[in-house]
Design a binder for this molecule. Structure first.
Ligand code: PLP
Length: 399
């Protein structure tokens, strides 16, 4: 059996053994409820408090501004729905326009689908990105109208890795608010935190979503940063945990794991990013040289180091994924299977790629555990795989 190579780290990452080590006591003997007054509870509470500090310091926030959630999806739901619901619960005057939200065209479904679901109760504007997957902050600000209460733009795209100009957007939103308007800025930083510097003061955001399993922490735990003074209507009701923002007994082991993962990520982020950038760029240069008809999706310079999204003309991304999987390589596509046919990734389509390139997009994503040998092994099989699939599809087309 061949050794498997995991290159799908933007989907999820391996739990770091050091993180597991920190979690284990809370899955065994230290099983107290963090809300209990006895010593079991105090041990759990101290562990949750420590993790809250660790997560807060990853983004330069205050611990009291961190609310633990079940992950990035819930954080985005709490940010967007929580803000809109708190707005809609205020007395409204007859004829008052609906609250308005602005998002980018390449948001994760955990933002996009929440906004779709709010249609009818809110107005939504979707701002397009350019062909390299970057948003023009002026277009976002131009879309602001009298009733805009929320701008939500992701920090880093999960498929192509492009870094968005969120600090410019954050500052512009803040300037509008300082002129007396009620408007807030949310950023989904799930793919950014632990990969690039994320500082809530530099960004000027009011709400920011995080997830542990993208940074070698456990699945099922994330956080929402809520700037002091921002009021959200809670979505999980039934307990006063997380200062009333999110009811439910805290999953102490997961929270401890998130804290440990955040601290580790903060410590090794720059070194890993520098190493991966060299590996990733050399990989792409080689692929572009030896596989004709290949395109890099997303701005090559404004990207996180751990993502490479390539389109191979004349190849179905799904076909390549399966072919590589059979040879031991785990990669992914942003394509979705709907009504029996495979729809190309909406993110790649938003870049304006023609259908064939959009269907041929494959994401290779790396982590601190990815080695130069992993990339070498991939390079040893990728050209043959692309060639095989191209000749197969050419054969089918000629039938
Ligand atoms: C940009 C982005 N936002 C949100 C999420 C959802 O996070 P979680 O899996 O923790 O719910 C993901 C995960 O794929 C993501 O990449």
């Amino acid at each position: 059996m061949f050794e498997r190579v995991y290159l799908d780290n933007a989907a999820t990452t391996r739990l770091d053994p050091a993180v597991l080590e920190e979690m284990l006591p809370f899955l065994a003997d230290d099983y107290g409820n963090a809300s209990s007054i006895h010593s079991f509870g105090q041990t759990a509470r101290a562990a949750v408090d420590r993790a809250r500090h660790q997560v807060a310091s990853l983004i330069n926030a205050r611990p009291a501004e961190i609310v633990f959630t079940s992950g990035g999806t819930e954080s985005n739901n709490l940010a967007i729905r929580g803000l809109i619901e708190s707005e809609l619960r205020k007395p409204r005057v007859a004829g008052e326009s609906l609250p308005h939200i602005i998002i980018s065209a390449i948001e994760h479904p955990a933002v996009k689908m929440v906004c779709d679901d709010l249609a009818g109760r809110c107005e939504i504007t979707v701002v397009p990105v350019d062909e390299s997957g970057v948003l023009d902050p002026r277009r976002v600000i131009d879309a602001v109208s009298e009733n805009t209460i929320l701008v939500s733009v992701m920090a880093v795209n999960n498929e192509i890795g492009t870094v968005q100009p969120i600090a410019e957007i954050g500052k512009a939103v803040r300037a509008i608010r300082e002129n007396g308007r009620r408007i807030w800025f949310h950023t989904d930083a799930v793919q950014a935190a632990g990969k690039i510097l994320v500082d809530i003061e530099d960004i000027g955001c009011d709400l920011l979503s995080l997830s542990a399993h993208k940074i070698h922490g456990p699945k099922g735990i994330g956080a929402l940063y809520i700037r002091r003074g921002v009021r959200l209507h809670p979505q999980n009701i039934g307990g006063r945990q997380e200062r009333g923002n999110r009811g439910g007994t805290e999953p102490v082991a997961q929270i401890v794991g998130f804290g440990a993962a955040a601290e580790l990520a903060a410590g090794e982020m720059t070194a890993t990013a520098n190493r991966l950038q060299k590996l990733r760029d050399a990989f792409e240069d080689q692929v572009l040289e030896i596989i004709p008809g290949t395109l890099v999706n997303g701005d090559r310079s404004r990207r996180v180091a751990n993502i490479s999204n390539l389109s191979f003309n004349g190849v179905e991304g799904e076909g390549l994924l399966i072919n590589l999987d059979m040879q031991g390589f785990a990669v992914s596509t942003g394509a979705a299977c709907s009504s029996g046919s495979i729809e190309p990734s909406p993110v790649i389509v938003a870049l304006g790629r023609d259908d064939e390139y959009a269907r041929g997009a494959v994401r290779f994503s790396f982590s601190r555990f990815t080695t130069a040998e992993d990339i070498e092994r991939l390079l040893a099989v990728l050209p043959r795989s692309v060639e095989t699939l191209r000749s197969l599809s050419a054969g089918l087309a000629s039938k």
